[in-house]
Structures are given as structure tokens and as C-alpha cells.
Design a binder for this molecule. Structure first.
Ligand SMILES: *[C@@H]1O[C@H](CO)[C@@H](O)[C@H](O)[C@H]1NC(C)=O
Ligand SMILES: *[C@@H]1O[C@H](CO)[C@@H](O)[C@H](O)[C@H]1NC(C)=O
Length: 330
């Protein structure tokens, strides 16, 4: 019996699933990533999708935030962040660190600080300890997160109240000292449309560069709403024109309940539009979706009435949205 018949059946289909990360790399990008943490990768349904070829990078969804990593001054807990970093690296994935200076999930002891010298030391020690621990193992960090109001003013926080804009300089310099090779990002939401917020962020980046502050990238979170994604393609090039690298760092596209076939189709188109926006901007290095499946998204609890913002459904089945991203990379 001749076996050649079997050889002739080895056909590579034009559309192979499970390879989104390879496909975005073939477009010259660095990664397609997802938010992840032990609670999700220890889920037996999520885990195989996480380690599949669809994802090449993970961002700790919560385990890197201040309230988790330094719940009391000088008392650090890296149990969950260690687990996430070990899970990623043992599966051949890279890690985006998130996040060092943020006004939320910030312990009360930091918010209670009332003098600038103490706060400076606390920021420096927090960053030296967290970034230093993963030196060489975390390729990028969101150093400051959500520091602007939508009207372009600095958000009121203990950091801005005591240190003014200088808290940004302090944070970036501390991060560079702790890991000279990590890419250091400013990260924010609502950078998907024109207005005072993105203007203020771009202006700050210019001041930071003129002061020699070590900043490498701008993260546009891209928590988007179905049918309202058209601004990304216009604004991402503006962020890239700063000369820094850019990334979509927390992409999801939430649907107002009830979810219908038509809305899922719209979501496919929307994900395709957003993914192509990154592909077409040379210094957009990657896209991170904010979770693997709809069953673990923060959207349902944070935006009541909205749901189903990701690429995989609650049963870890690929949605039309997945096909929209796949098409953008193909
Ligand atoms: C450190 O964090 C882990 C995970 O959240 C928790 O289970 C553990 O109790 C914490 N350790 C201490 C000493 O608080
Ligand atoms: C900008 O927005 C913040 C937060 O909503 C608000 O507190 C502040 O008064 C606003 N400033 C101006 C100049 O509108």
C-alpha cells in the first residue's frame, strides 16, 4: 500500500486558529497579550487558551498593584506576581508590568502621607523593590497610570498634591535605575478620541523628554464601547508622533446587554478596526486585551449593563471578535 495518499492530505488551511501572537509578530509587532493572574490561569478552562499561540505576553491584572505588593510600608508580598511571572516565562511568554504609581488600589498608608520627602522615599523604595525584583524578566512597565482627568488637568491624588508633576519624574527615574532595559510607559484611558486629555498627555511627554526623564512608551488602554472605536486610528498616530513606542494596553470592547448576533458582528468589525490601527502605525509594538474570556472580564462589575467585551466567550469559544482580530493580522 502506498502512503503517498496521506502525504497529499497534509494541507495547511488558509485560516489556522490559535496563532494570533505569531500572526501579529509576522506583521512586525512584538506581541498580542492578555491580562492574566493566578485566579484566571489556574482555571482549567482558561489555562489552555492562555498558553496557546494566541497570546505571547501577559499583564498582571491585579497582582502588581500597590495594595497587593506593599500592603504596609516596607512589607512586600509578591506571592501572586511571582506566580504570574513564573507562569508566563515557563510557557515562553513575556510580561508587561502593571502598575507602579496609580491613585486606585493604593493602600491607605500611602494616601495618609502628608509630606513630600516621605512620599518621594516611599515611591522610590516601592519602585526599586518591585521593578528590581523582576529585573530582566519584565520587558515593559506601566510606571504611572491614569494621572490625567478627562479635561486635561492632573488628577487629584496624594502624588500630585504633594509633589506636583515631579512625581512623574521621580517614578520614571526610579524605574530606570531598577531595570535599565525595561521599557517605561505612561498609561491612560480615553486616549482614543481627540480632546484635552490626549493633548495634555502629549504635552507632558514633551516636557519629560526635555527634562531628560527616561520614558519609552505610551499605553492607550482602549477600554472601548461597541460602535465607538473610530477615533483610535486617528489618535494612535498622534501618540506615536511623540517618537515614543505606543501600545494598546487594555483593549476590550463592551456590549450593552442584551448581546445579540448583530452586536457580536459589530464587535468583530470593531476589533478589526482597532487591531488594524495598531498594525498600520510603525511604532505600535503590540496589543493587550484585558482578559482572555468574557467570564473573567472586569467590565460586568465596573460598567453595569455592559458585558462580553473580549475575544473568547464564557465557554472559552472563539467569538466573531476573534475573527476580526485574526483578519487584521492576516
Ligand atoms: C501574600 O499574598 C497572598 C496572595 O494574595 C496571600 O495569600 C498571603 O496571605 C499574603 N501573605 C501575607 C504575609 O500577607
Ligand atoms: C477638571 O476635571 C476635574 C475632575 O472632574 C475637576 O475636579 C476640575 O475642576 C476640572 N477643572 C477644570 C479647569 O475644568
Amino acid at each position: 500500500m502506498k502512503l503517498s495518499v496521506f502525504a497529499s492530505l497534509v494541507v495547511v488551511p488558509s485560516s489556522v486558529f490559535g496563532l494570533l501572537d505569531q500572526k501579529i509578530k509576522a506583521k512586525g509587532k512584538v506581541y498580542l497579550g492578555s491580562a492574566l493572574d493566578p485566579n484566571t490561569f489556574n482555571d482549567g478552562a482558561v489555562r489552555p487558551v492562555a498558553i496557546s499561540g494566541d497570546f505571547g505576553a501577559f499583564t498582571p491584572e491585579n497582582s502588581g498593584k500597590w495594595d497587593t505588593t506593599e500592603p504596609a510600608r516596607g512589607v512586600f508580598n509578591f506571592t501572586n506576581l511571582d506566580a504570574l511571572v513564573n507562569f508566563a516565562t515557563s510557557n515562553g511568554k513575556i510580561v508587561r508590568g502593571h502598575t507602579l504609581v496609580w491613585h486606585q488600589q493604593l493602600p491607605a498608608w500611602v494616601q495618609a502621607i502628608r509630606d513630600s520627602n516621605t512620599l518621594t522615599q516611599v515611591i522610590q523604595n516601592h519602585i526599586a523593590t518591585e521593578v528590581g525584583r523582576y529585573r530582566g524578566r519584565i520587558f515593559a512597565w506601566d510606571v504611572v497610570n491614569e494621572i490625567f482627568n478627562d479635561n486635561g488637568t492632573f488628577r487629584t491624588s496624594v502624588f500630585f498634591n504633594l509633589l506636583g508633576e515631579n512625581f512623574v519624574d521621580i517614578a520614571f527615574r526610579a524605574a530606570r535605575a531598577a531595570d535599565p532595559n525595561a521599557k517605561l510607559y505612561i498609561n491612560d484611558f480615553n486616549l482614543d478620541g481627540p480632546g484635552p486629555k490626549i493633548d495634555a498627555l502629549i504635552a507632558l511627554v514633551g516636557r519629560l523628554k526635555s527634562r531628560g526623564v527616561p520614558i519609552d512608551g505610551i499605553g492607550s488602554q482602549s477600554h472601548l464601547i461597541l460602535g465607538q472605536v473610530g477615533g483610535v486610528a486617528g489618535q494612535l498616530p498622534r501618540l506615536a508622533a511623540t517618537g515614543l513606542q505606543v501600545a494598546l494596553t487594555e483593549l476590550d470592547i463592551r456590549i450593552q446587554s442584551p448581546v445579540t448576533t448583530q452586536k457580536l458582528q459589530q464587535q468583530q468589525n470593531d476589533f478589526n478596526t482597532v487591531a488594524r490601527a495598531c498594525i498600520s502605525v510603525p511604532n505600535c509594538v503590540g496589543i493587550t486585551v484585558w482578559g482572555i474570556s468574557d467570564k473573567n472580564s472586569f467590565v460586568d462589575s465596573t460598567f453595569p449593563g455592559f458585558t462580553a467585551p473580549l475575544l473568547f466567550d464564557r465557554n472559552l469559544q472563539r467569538k466573531p471578535a476573534y475573527n476580526g482580530v485574526d483578519a487584521a493580522f492576516s
